[in-house]
Write a protein that binds this ligand. Structure first.
Ligand code: ATP
Length: 454
């Protein structure tokens, strides 16, 4: 049955994702991506980068440091404010994010913007018991700082404190001037980056949905607020298109949720989240926030540097406004895996198949000699295809089992070299989704594959 357990089990046993630090008993909620998982990650990043940066005339890329001057976090408002409400069950000592306790029980309520005392009242009034032991005896809420703190250099005092970035966005804001000056880009334009972020989450979990170390793919799009184009709507449409058309995620499985006035962060004029129907429930996948000119203004006054943009036509200096579409790579991967995972009844049992979009499948093609005698000829085909495609060679086990293995890891095409191949110069090409098999001339194989992989 398709559920969180069967999906995780499949992903782990097939070698996409391993428990982090496994041989030492693991490190909770840390995950290592195996050969298949790292390939999948790489390809999803590549798709995002191509769509939002490389093939988009509006945007350019950046790769800023994880460690930054502490002033960045002071002025961005993270230091002191980037915290979650922590509550402990006095009976069993379990720890929870207090707002999530409410939202898990009452998904229609947005507790993220409630004050701590309102959260406490709500929990008590609605008798939201401890999910671990069923008790209703909690401590008062404390704010828990989400940024990881460490020291840079040999001194271990306050002056050497640095933080691991909790988002990639601030690296973009502090480089706005550098990028604009060096590229001579005129607004509207965007700067995007992909990189690791770290948050000391109180309740990580749901596999790779919420982890303490994750990768973000963020775009900060700068524009003049007098611009007639509705850039907020523009980027919402782009995200929608990317999810449905580029990644093939069914529109039935994700939703747009606009934040109400009360939910909005103090600097945000509007936010729309794309939420996905994960197998554990609905969760935020991709946020699109209208950040106004909050960040550039804050860094301008904090650094004393001029971060304005000089409009060459009006000669007017403005602080551009910003739209931020931001997605977590691993959450996107979880949505893609959820979407692709299928259990199908076939003649001789159940086959598990990952119907991954062809462009992100770890391997595009598998080459399988029917028997050992055909190894040499099959290897030649494999080596030929390897020049242009991501190909795997598998010679072990019966052919049915080998097909299942490729189905399980999402390989769209299997090519089998068999007894007849030497005479008719053809191979059997099998389609992952339909399981249909066709004889194709080896001399026409590349043309066939090219068309099939589109
Ligand atoms: P949440 O409410 O789930 O904690 P958030 O609103 O704090 O998320 P943002 O700060 O808007 O998240 O981050 C942008 C994106 O980064 C999210 O939409 C999500 O895809 C991803 N993300 C945020 N926190 C995590 C995490 N701990 N693990 C994995 N991905 C994350």
């Amino acid at each position: 049955m398709k559920n969180m357990e069967s999906l995780i089990n499949h992903i782990k046993t097939q070698g996409f994702i391993f428990q982090g630090s496994e041989i030492y008993g693991g490190l909770a909620n840390s995950w290592d991506y195996g050969p298949l998982g790292s390939e999948l990650k790489q390809k999803v990043k590549e798709l995002w980068w191509n769509y939002f940066i490389r093939h988009n005339h509006l945007n350019v890329g950046l790769d800023s440091s994880i460690l930054m001057n502490t002033q960045v976090w002071k002025n961005s408002g993270h230091l002191g404010n980037f915290s979650d409400p922590l509550i402990d069950c006095k009976k069993c000592k379990s720890r929870f994010r207090a707002d999530k306790l409410i939202e898990d029980k009452f998904p229609e309520v947005n507790a993220g913007k409630m004050s701590n005392s309102d959260i406490e009242d709500y929990i008590n009034k609605n008798k939201i018991v401890c999910p671990k032991c069923g008790g209703l005896d909690y401590t008062t809420i404390r704010n828990f700082e989400l940024m990881f703190k460490t020291n840079q250099g040999v001194l271990q005092d306050e002056s050497s404190v640095v933080y691991l970035r909790p988002e990639t966005a601030q690296g973009i804001f502090i480089n706005f001037k550098n990028v604009q000056r060096s590229t001579r880009k005129k607004i509207p334009f965007g700067i995007g980056q992909i990189g690791k972020s770290f948050r000391n989450e109180i309740t990580p979990g749901n596999f790779i949905f919420r982890t303490r170390e994750f990768e973000q793919m963020e775009l900060e799009f700068f524009f003049d607020p007098k611009d007639k184009t509705n850039w907020f709507e523009y980027w919402i449409k782009e995200v929608d298109f990317f999810l449905s058309e580029v990644l093939g995620i069914s529109k039935n499985n994700y939703f747009k949720r606009e934040h109400s006035k009360e939910e909005l962060a103090h600097y945000s004029a509007a936010t729309t989240d794309f939420e996905y129907n994960f197998l554990f429930g609905r969760g935020e996948l991709w946020g699109v926030a209208h950040r106004g000119n909050f960040d550039l203004t804050a860094h301008q006054s904090g650094s004393g540097q001029d971060l304005t943009y000089l409009d060459p036509t009006t000669n007017e200096k403005i602080v551009p406004h910003v739209i931020e579409p931001s997605v977590g790579l691993e959450r996107l991967i979880l949505a893609i895996l959820t979407e692709s995972y299928c259990e199908e009844e076939v003649e001789n049992g159940t086959r598990v198949v990952l119907k991954l979009p062809k462009k992100i499948a770890p391997y595009q093609i598998a080459v399988l000699p029917l028997q050992k005698q055909q190894n040499q000829a099959a290897t030649e085909i494999y080596n030929d295809l390897l020049k242009n495609y991501d190909v795997i060679y598998d010679e072990t086990g019966n052919i049915g089992k080998r097909y299942r293995r490729q189905d399980a890891i999402g390989t769209p095409i299997c090519i089998t070299y068999d007894f007849d191949s030497e005479n008719d110069k053809c191979v059997t090409v099998r389609n992952r989704d339909t399981m249909e098999q066709k004889r194709v001339l080896i001399s026409e194989l590349e043309d066939f594959i090219k068309k099939d992989l589109i």
